[in-house]
Design a protein around this ligand. Sequence first.
Ligand SMILES: [Fe+2]
Ligand SMILES: [Fe+2]
Length: 165
Amino acid sequence: MLEFTTLMEESVRNISPEMAMIIDSEEFKSLELQRRHFTSNTYAHSIRVAFMAGILAEKWGIHKEETVKAALLHDFCDRDTKTIDVEKQKGFYLFSHPIAAAINGDYYFGLTPRQKAAIIAHMFPGSLVMPASKMAWAIITADKLAACYETFILPAALKKAAVRI
Ligand SMILES: [Fe+2]
Ligand SMILES: [Fe+2]
């Protein structure tokens, strides 16, 4: 399981020196400290989303590097779902974190208007912002697939592995 995520990371890293630079940056690495979907963290989640968005970009004939960069940074914000009061922040986090990620991503690594719009729309349909490009749809689709994997498949696999140990 872990090895598979490492392979995805290598694949994303090899797309371009800029992808490797983002992955190796302190700011991006700090996402490892943020829990995401119970058994994962935002770093691993972002790698999975970037990898899958890259596959979709190839299939849909859209710019792969541009799409993968936006996907890598789609949750690039310092809101920690582990420490915030989830009940209180539930609705707020849904709306605020895509905007925070677009601002942070642009500040640290530079984003095009299309990449920023795609990041801001990534919670669709759970947000008010409509996706307006194929890139946005690629990120939305990859994000939902990764979230399902992390919420349902990964916990079950980890439980099974723990039983075996
Ligand atoms: Fe998100
Ligand atoms: Fe996400």
